[in-house]
Design a protein around this ligand. Structure first.
Ligand SMILES: Nc1nc2c(ncn2[C@@H]2O[C@H](COP(=O)(O)OP(=O)(O)OP(=O)(O)O)[C@@H](O)[C@H]2O)c(=O)[nH]1
Ligand SMILES: [Mg+2]
Length: 202
């Protein structure tokens, strides 16, 4: 089964996107497998509402494990199955907490293995920055690495927030030749285009 990995900086909205995308595809209950950086594996079943409540958060470094579930995407008259994996968020510096560092190392390891990569960027945050480069170091490095592969797209998230439209334009300028899809994970906007992209690479 192919694996679709959701990556990006902490707080970009990866977990909310993964859960709401599953909801958009008709899932109501999710069995999530947690693969922790220390090797521990656990499974838990959630309703969508409970998953959003427990796994999405306002503070950074909310996700600390690879969190996978199975998704069926309609293809022709049937469906194609993939593993959809949410990851621990990346940062531009080295974190003081060793647990966060291990979680980040685990995310970087998973990038190598994935068949398809969805790279979430907070477009509203990009719109706010006055740095000469809108993409921070880690987003830039990830884009450089991932663009060598075919199934790679940037999802410009939080398009519902002020400043995001400007952020999207800057992202497109700095990532020429990349697929960049504007979305709102919160309001499930732009999901049809993301679905089309994922279907193409399954
Ligand atoms: N307005 C708005 N808020 C969003 C959107 N997507 C995510 N958020 C909010 O952003 C915050 C972070 O969301 P998460 O999904 O936990 O972010 P994450 O990328 O998984 O973060 P880590 O697990 O720390 O890497 C939460 O408060 C979300 O409600 C969006 O499209 N619009
Ligand atoms: Mg998360």
């Amino acid at each position: 089964m192919k694996e679709c990995l959701v990556i990006g900086k902490t707080h970009a909205g990866k977990t909310l996107f993964a859960l709401n995308f599953a909801h958009y595809l008709g899932v109501t209950n999710l069995e999530i497998t947690f693969r922790h950086p220390n090797g521990l594996i656990a499974k838990k079943t959630y309703s969508l509402a409970a998953a959003r409540r427990e796994l999405v958060g306002p503070a950074p470094h909310m996700t600390r494990a690879l969190q996978s579930f199975v998704l069926d995407l309609p293809v022709g008259k049937g469906a194609k199955r993939c593993t959809f994996t949410d990851t621990s968020g990346l940062i531009d510096h080295i974190h003081a907490d060793v647990e966060v560092r291990r979680a980040i190392a685990q995310t970087l390891g998973a990038i190598r293995e994935a068949d398809l990569i969805l790279h979430l960027v907070d477009a509203a945050a990009v719109g706010r920055t006055d740095a000469p480069s809108a993409l921070g170091e880690v987003d830039y490095q990830v884009a450089q690495f991932a663009q060598l592969r075919s199934g790679y797209a940037v999802l410009a998230n939080k398009m519902d927030l002020p400043g995001a439209a400007g952020g999207l334009e800057r992202l497109k300028l700095e990532l020429p030749g990349h697929a960049v899809f504007p979305i709102s994970a919160l309001y499930k906007r732009g999901f049809r285009e993301v679905k089309g992209f994922v279907q193409r690479y399954l």
